[in-house]
Each structure stands twice: as C-alpha cells, then as structure tokens.
Write a protein that binds this ligand. Structure first.
Ligand code: B12
Ligand SMILES: *[C@@H]1O[C@H](CO)[C@@H](O)[C@H](O)[C@H]1NC(C)=O
Ligand SMILES: *[C@@H]1O[C@H](CO)[C@@H](O)[C@H](O)[C@H]1NC(C)=O
Length: 138
C-alpha cells in the first residue's frame, strides 16, 4: 500500500471518528440525588436519582428527571437579573404573601450541607451530590 493511500484511509477513518466524539452518544453523565423536603407540611422526603453531564447546570438535571419521571414536576420563572427562580415542585408553590419558597441546599458526598449563593440555572452539581429542594419560610 502506498503512503498516499494510507494517509487517505487514515483521514477517512478520522472523519468517521470525530463526529462520534462530538455527538450526544458519547456524552458521559454522572449521578446526583435530588431530595424533595417539605418543612412546612412535613410530608415524607422523596429522593430521586438523576444525571448531570460534565459541568452541567442543576436545571438541566431537573429537566432530565422531569422528562423521565412522572412523579417529579417543577416550574420556574425567569428573573430579569438572576435567571430561573424555582417556583413550584410537584404542584407546591412558594407564595410571597405567606413568605414561603423553595430553598436550594446541597449535601456533598462528605455529608456537608451548603446553601448555594446562586440559583438552579447557575449551580453546577458535583457527581454524587444530593441536591435538597426544601419548601420553607423566609
Ligand atoms: C430577598 C431575597 C430573597 C427572597 C425573595 C423573597 C421576596 N419575594 O422578596 C427569597 C428568600 C425567596 C430568596 C431566595 C433565594 N435567593 Co435570594 N435574595 C434576596 C435579596 C436579599 C434581596 C432581593 C430583593 O428584594 N431585591 C429588591 C427587589 C425590589 O428587586 P427584585 O428584582 O424584585 O427582587 C426579586 C429577585 O431578587 C428575586 N430573587 C431573590 N432571590 C433570587 C434568587 C434567584 C436565583 C433568582 C432567579 C431570583 C431571586 O426575588 C425578589 C423578589 O421578587 C437578594 C440580595 C440583594 N441584596 O439583592 C438575594 C439574592 C438575589 N438571592 C440569591 C439566592 C442565591 C437565592 C436562593 C437561590 C438561595 C438558596 N440557596 O435557596 C433562593 C432562590 C431559590 C429558588 N426558589 O430559586 C442571590 C442570587 C445570586 C445569583 N446570581 O444567583 C442573591 C443576590 C443573594 C446572594 N447570595 O448573593 N431570596
Ligand atoms: C427530611 O430531610 C431533612 C433534611 O435532610 C431532615 O432534616 C428531615 O428530618 C427529614 N424528614 C423526614 C421526615 O425524614
Ligand atoms: C460516586 O459514587 C460512586 C458509587 O459510590 C463511586 O464509584 C464514584 O467514584 C463516586 N464519584 C465521585 C466523583 O465521587
């Protein structure tokens, strides 16, 4: 086989490979848990498992869960300055008059609970994080 043919075959092989690397099929996901806590009604906590892509935002993982699990629904509104504000989870909505809202907390794999200083559109979960959506008062 001539050098030329080898080179041609090689570039043909590369052309076949490159799209595979860049398309959806090769996007790796990591698991996260999503725990729904209602501190006002004291309904039992419910935990779901969902997936995030590399450096993906929490909102993406929540959408993925909503698409695949009929037991999880949420709504949000677009704030002009800060982006998506989580309004309701499974039909339970925050209410300004009652001073209720869905608080965003994160329990990392070491068990430490933090309160992120950004919302669902900006927070980037780490693999194995437990995201806690907690209905509470302010
Ligand atoms: C009061 C307040 C709240 C109240 C709002 C209640 C109300 N109806 O007034 C409550 C307790 C609900 C709240 C919640 C949260 N907040 Co807040 N909040 C504030 C605060 C102190 C003042 C906002 C305000 O009244 N501005 C004056 C009014 C006239 O302007 P406004 O545009 O109408 O204000 C609205 C928005 O600020 C919106 N809002 C408030 N917080 C957040 C957070 C996000 C992510 C979004 C999209 C909108 C939003 O609610 C206000 C009233 O409608 C600001 C800090 C500051 N000093 O500005 C933080 C601030 C806006 N909040 C912040 C955060 C992170 C949150 C939470 C994500 C915290 C958490 N981990 O749970 C949650 C939202 C969770 C969710 N459901 O999506 C960050 C946003 C930073 C960012 N780039 O994302 C800020 C800047 C504070 C900070 N940590 O730096 N918040
Ligand atoms: C639900 O989870 C929260 C936060 O981890 C915890 O404080 C609470 O005790 C739990 N409630 C129930 C009923 O298990
Ligand atoms: C996440 O948890 C799984 C199973 O416990 C473990 O194999 C994996 O290494 C963890 N990943 C990270 C980044 O902690």
């Amino acid at each position: 086989m001539s050098m030329m043919t080898t080179a041609t075959l090689l570039s043909a092989a590369l052309l076949l490979l490159v799209p595979g690397i860049l398309t959806k099929e090769s996007v790796e996901t990591s698991p996260i848990q999503l725990m729904i806590v209602n501190s006002i009604s004291n309904a039992p906590n419910v935990t779901h498992t969902t997936e995030i892509v590399f450096r993906g935002i929490l909102l993406g993982a929540m959408r993925r869960l909503q698409e695949t699990n009929t037991d999880f629904k949420f709504t949000y509104r677009e704030d002009p300055n800060y982006g998506p504000f989580l309004v309701s989870v499974n039909g339970v909505a925050g209410d300004d008059a009652e001073h209720t809202y869905w608080e965003l907390l994160v329990k990392n794999s070491n068990g430490v609970i933090i309160r992120p200083d950004v919302g669902i559109g900006c927070y980037i979960p780490n693999p194995n994080d437990t995201i806690i959506l907690k209905f509470t008062k302010w």
